[in-house]
Design a protein around this ligand. Structure first.
Ligand code: ATP
Length: 224
């Protein structure tokens, strides 16, 4: 008999926010998961480098999940050298948890471009995919993603418990239109993103001055 599934939510988490955290909670509750791991990537292969350092992003996740046993930080991608390929992350989790179904949670916006990921078809050897509709982002699926969805979709959550990997299950949690880019934009404009992310995380961001507008340099003899 398999153990309860473990959810895997990868991302840049630049910074982690209540959209990520509530999404992970909704998944844990609705799909009967043992827990959901938030997995920050070190060097995202498909987008610009994050603004905050890997250490800061991991620390904020650790702070945010410390009060909830069903959420965990998994920092294995930060400890590995080279690009953060999800296929490698899932393969290493599969080795550690041979009889636990793994569910890779991703927004439909991310799934839309899945066929551009490194060895993307091998993802299904290690995990299921749980597909989440993002209320704030409209996306058209890559034709290969569309085909994969058609052939692997299941509509009964029991498949995620009974089998270790290979299915795609769509789930629409109550929408929260929060994004890390909005938080970065607000901070960059000198505005407050309070209530979009945990207070302890925001306090640490403010202390460290990450994402803030750059202060004008005091005039010196050298730059006058
Ligand atoms: P950015 O605004 O910088 O693109 P983001 O807020 O989308 O960042 P990511 O770290 O890129 O955050 O997201 C990690 C995962 O969480 C992705 O699969 C993404 O679709 C999902 N996600 C992020 N925010 C939400 C949200 N508000 N509701 C549902 N899913 C979300």
């Amino acid at each position: 008999m398999n153990k309860a599934p473990v959810g895997v939510l990868g991302g840049t988490f630049d910074p982690v926010h209540n959209g990520h955290l509530r999404l992970a909670m909704e998944m844990a509750i609705a799909l009967g998961m043992d827990h959901v791991r938030l997995v920050p990537c070190a060097r995202p292969p498909h987008r610009n480098a994050p603004t905050a350092s890997p250490g800061q992003r991991a620390k904020w996740i650790r702070v945010a999940v410390s009060i909830e046993p069903r959420l965990r930080l998994d920092d294995r991608e930060l400890l590995r050298s080279g690009p953060s390929y999800t296929v490698d992350t899932l393969a290493s989790m599969r080795t550690e948890m041979p009889d636990t179904p793994l569910c890779l949670i991703m927004g439909r916006d991310v799934f839309a471009h899945l066929p551009k990921w490194h060895q993307w078809e091998r993802l299904f050897d290690s995990a299921h995919i749980v597909l989440i509709d993002r209320p704030d982002i409209q996306t058209e699926l890559h034709p290969e993603a569309e085909k994969t969805l058609a052939s692997r979709a299941v509509d009964d959550v029991r498949h995620l418990h009974d089998e270790l990997s290979g299915h795609i299950y769509s789930y629409a949690p109550p929408p929260l239109a929060i994004s890390a880019s909005r938080i970065r934009d607000l901070l960059g404009a000198g505005e407050s993103p309070r209530y979009l992310l945990p207070t302890a995380v925001l306090d640490d961001i403010m202390d460290a001055g990450v994402y803030m507008p750059s202060k004008p340099q005091p005039a010196t003899a050298a730059n006058q």
